[in-house]
Design a protein around this ligand. Structure first.
Ligand code: SAM
Length: 228
């Protein structure tokens, strides 16, 4: 079996009992950065071998993993934080495993995910939303920003804290040109000691953030202001 195991996005206590049971039961844990995953495993006294599998892993690594699964080993895939495959490696591995071993069970062990964590505290109807992953740094960036301001659903995306202010400014400029007023909920360092949520009209939040030296990780939810 191949287990896709979600791990905490900051607060180690957010791991599920099932995730721990699974990590303790498998033969090998596939992870992005062995140093990051070792910390989690050490904290929970899980002593299992790890093997790195990341976005730059070659096809020969995938073949090796498939051989392990063919030999009957049970494996778990984790990422550095959160749910594997959500803006993280894993999809290619799963799709290649399914091609080679169509009968193999791929089992999700659900848990933390930054975008869902933020969505749950927006206070907006999020039965429908658009998730855009990371905004591209160069190519197609404008297209993404157009998609954000034209979306009829709230949009959630991941952004580096170092690009956050610039990105928000870019979005604000384009929305002003189109006479659209936007509001945001930004989750910084979710589940961690310095967790902060910024909420409000985009223009005002841009002003508020301009005073701050931002650090950590962030996820952004944005929508057109709706009249009630
Ligand atoms: N797979 C992960 C998940 O399930 O959320 C996302 C991985 S992606 C490579 C990492 C990005 O997720 C960060 O750059 C940030 O945008 C967001 N993120 C992860 N942890 C976060 C946290 N504790 N607070 C805010 N954003 C976070």
């Amino acid at each position: 079996m191949l287990y896709i195991v979600a791990t905490p996005i900051g607060n180690l206590s957010d791991i599920s009992l099932r995730a721990l049971e699974t990590l303790k039961s498998v033969d090998l844990i596939l992870c992005e950065d062995t140093r990051v995953t070792r910390k989690l495993l050490t904290h929970y006294q899980v002593s299992k071998p790890v093997l790195s599998y990341h976005q730059h892993s070659k096809i020969s690594k995938i073949d090796h993993i498939i051989d392990l699964l063919k030999s009957g080993q049970n494996l778990a895939l984790v990422s550095d934080a959160g749910t594997p495959t959500i803006s993280d490696p894993g999809s290619v591995l799963i799709s290649e495993v399914l091609k080679a071993l169509p009968q193999l069970e791929i089992v999700a062990i659900p848990g933390p995910c930054a975008l869902i964590t933020l969505a749950s505290v927006t206070g907006w109807p999020v039965d429908r939303f658009l998730f855009l992953g990371f905004l591209p740094i160069k190519n197609k960036r404008t297209k993404f920003i157009e998609e954000i301001i034209s979306s009829k659903y709230p949009v959630i995306f991941y952004e580096s804290i170092y690009r956050l202010k610039k990105t928000l400014n870019n979005i604000q400029s384009l929305s002003e040109k189109n006479d659209i007023v936007l509001e945001v909920v930004i989750g910084r360092e979710l589940t961690k000691k310095f967790e902060t949520i910024y909420r409000g009209e985009l223009k005002l939040i841009i002003n508020q953030l301009s005073e701050l030296d931002l650090k950590g990780e962030c996820v952004v939810a944005i929508r057109k202001i709706v009249e009630i």
